[in-house]
Write a protein that binds this ligand. Sequence first.
Ligand code: ZN
Length: 355
Amino acid sequence: MFIVDAHLDLSMNAMEWNRDLRKPLSEIRRREAHMTDKPDRGKGTVSFGELRRGDIGLVVATQIARYVAPDNPLPGWHSPEQAWAQTQAQLAWYRAMEEEGELVQIANKAQLEEHLIRWESSDDERKPIGYILSLEGADSLITLRHLERAYEYGLRAVGPAHYGPGRYAQGTDATGFMGQKGQALLREMERLNIILDATHLCDDSFWEAMDHFHGPVWASHNNCRALVNHNRQFSDEQLRELVNRGAVIGGVLDAWMMVPGWTRGQSDPRAMNCSLEVVIDHMDHICQLAGNALHIGIGSDLDGGFGKEQSPYDLNSIADLQKIPELLRRRGYSEDDIQNVCHGNWLRFLRNAWR
Ligand SMILES: [Zn+2]
């Protein structure tokens, strides 16, 4: 089954985790098994080979770099200019992977259709994986002119916030509104037809964004507050708003967002009963609110700062996303629904947005 994954931090893994995603997963793990600088060392789940093995032929891939003011305890860059430069390094890696034939950038409808046909018809073991460029957290946009520059190199979705206070919007664990600067960003996104990724917006900024943005909205990687109560998740009211706007919401596989009571660095997926089945609970919750299966998809976020230690225990690599169709089938989802969840909903969204 062809799968679209709407959230992967591929270039962050290349440039900050120092992972060469062209290598087999076993080799990537072995190479860093002795390292202790990050909790997920030796436990990665994503490589180009595993994406192809899992028939994951289209992904939304991020640029990500936070700016932190002196009083912000989160990790990040000390100036927007440094953050911008980091995203340009990430872009340079995507370009290098395109030159190697590993990736192909998808930035419009014609490229999307062409890629889908090519992916379907090719048996090439090294066929390029399509990627749509997204920016997670807008801090690195030094000015709004930089958004236009980014659009020109292929940026097609922006999540204005990530964790904490941002320059254009307030994110997870923060509170407060987007204000004039954030609203100006939304207007510029609308002018350029850039997709708004509502993920990570705090409640205040979320509702402000819904009031001021009239373009396409998705939530690339978001689970449900009703099942795991945290401000990072969306409330039923927010999910209904997203559904009403035609959004697709990607189910995310970071264990702490799947099961309640997770303690980072301590909890164990098996002990917490965190299996892939759990993400179906979140997806199903959204389907019950929507009254259909047209607004959910996969936005796994695998290797987004965590590895196997904080992923469903029945997932060893991203290729195991292929278990999701059968899990949906067992819940009574029709074959049409399953195709929509695995790829159809994201594709419909993109075809509408890029019409
Ligand atoms: Zn995220």
